[in-house]
Design a binder for this molecule. Structure first.
Ligand code: 5RP
Length: 221
């Protein structure tokens, strides 16, 4: 199976977790695109979706799925999203697509975070994938210096502007032994909008696609 076929397999299993009549939180990325396509086939059975990016919003709208404003939602039973890395505690690095801030906001509101990914995303220790950090443009150089002080090597994502009008620094060279601590430390840097560590709010369910099938795992927290 190709990596894309594995992503699709995880996404299709995630459709089983979509409650009848509910608003669904929708992430961003190539794995989630398969999930959105699946949602399109069952659009009469859901109330609509809250999206984490302009790209996902466009795909949802093209399939006729109503988009809702997060500010009008009090009950979001599930949020479905991919990850760039996920560890044994279901802490993740996300933001490869640059949508980390909105992803974090929608995930914070959701009752259950369902992570869908192929087995290559499972790691023992987070940090081989460069950690994305969304930064206000005027703070870029200052935040770069502070991230270097934390032991990383920040690299500006060239030619990329987030949906919020900000920049992304991809931080290389971090071996993240304590994801919660680092998530908090980076959030303390003035000018950081959000960082791609999802450790305080990790996944609740992991649907991990392997060539042998999709493993369903539930977090122990
Ligand atoms: O965090 C994300 C986007 O900001 C994605 O979930 C992550 O990059 C995984 O993407 P893909 O499903 O394309 O492998």
């Amino acid at each position: 199976m190709t990596q894309d076929e594995l992503k699709k397999a995880a996404a299709i299993v995630a459709l089983e977790y979509v409650p009848e009549g509910a608003v669904i939180g929708v992430g961003t990325g190539s794995t989630v695109n398969h999930f959105i396509d699946g949602l399109g086939t069952m659009r009469e059975r859901i109330a609509g979706a809250v999206s984490s990016s302009e790209a996902s919003s466009a795909r949802l709208q093209a399939l006729g799925i109503p988009l809702l404003d997060l500010n009008q939602i009090t009950d979001l039973p599930v949020y479905v999203d991919g990850a760039d890395e996920i560890d044994d505690s279901f802490a993740m690095i996300k933001g490869g697509g640059g949508a980390l801030t909105r992803e974090k906001i929608v995930a914070a509101v959701a009752t259950r975070f369902i992570c869908i990914c192929d087995a290559s995303k499972r790691v023992e220790c987070l940090g081989v994938f460069p950690l994305p950090v969304e930064v206000l443009p005027m703070a870029r150089a200052y935040v770069e210096r502070e991230l270097t002080r934390l032991g990383g090597r920040p690299v500006l994502r060239e030619g990329f502007v987030t949906d919020n009008g900000n920049l992304i620094l991809d931080v290389h060279g971090l071996r993240i032994a304590d994801p919660r601590r680092l998530e908090t430390d980076i959030n303390q840097i003035v000018g950081v909008v959000a960082n791609g560590l999802f450790a305080h709010r990790g996944a609740d369910i992991l649907l991990l696609a392997t060539p042998g099938g999709v493993d369903r795992m539930v977090a122990q927290h």
